[in-house]
Design a protein around this ligand. Structure first.
Ligand code: HEM
Length: 88
C-alpha cells in the first residue's frame, strides 16, 4: 500500500521519482514471493475486483480505467526489473 500511495502522490512525475524503486522491487519479488510476470494479470484483476466490491458505485468506470493504467505502469516497471536481473 505504501507503494500505491506514493504512486498516487507522484502521478505527474512517476518516471523521475519512482521508476528506479519499482525496478528494484520487481527484481526482488520472484525470489521472495514467486510473484513472476505471468501472475501479474491475475493479481491486478483480483485487486480491482475487491475494490469494486467494497466501493461499489464509487468505483466508477473512469476510476477503474485510471487504476488499470497506473497498475500497468507499476507492473511494467516491476517486470522490467525482474527481466533485467533474472533474464526471464
Ligand atoms: C502492486 C504490486 C506489489 C507491490 C508494489 C509490492 C511492493 C512490495 C515492497 C515495496 C516490498 C518490500 C521490498 C523490500 O524488502 O525492500 C515487498 C515485499 C514483498 N512482497 Fe510485494 N508488492 C506487490 C505485490 C506482491 C504480491 C502479489 C505478492 C505475493 C504473491 C507479494 C509478496 C511480497 C513478499 C513475500 C515480500 C517480502 C516480505 C519480506 O521479506 O518481509 N507482493 N512488496
Amino acid at each position: 500500500m505504501h507503494v500505491l500511495q506514493k504512486a498516487v502522490k507522484n502521478l505527474d512525475r512517476l518516471e523521475d521519482s519512482f521508476a528506479d524503486e519499482l525496478l528494484t522491487i520487481g527484481a526482488k519479488h520472484p525470489v521472495r514471493a514467486d510473484f513472476t510476470p505471468d501472475k501479474v494479470g491475475v493479481f491486478v484483476q483480483s485487486v480491482l475486483s475487491v475494490w469494486k466490491s467494497v466501493l461499489m458505485d464509487q468505483m466508477t468506470a473512469e476510476c477503474h480505467v485510471a487504476w488499470e493504467i497506473l497498475f500497468d505502469y507499476i507492473m511494467n516497471k516491476m517486470k522490467m526489473g525482474h527481466t533485467d536481473r533474472y533474464m526471464w
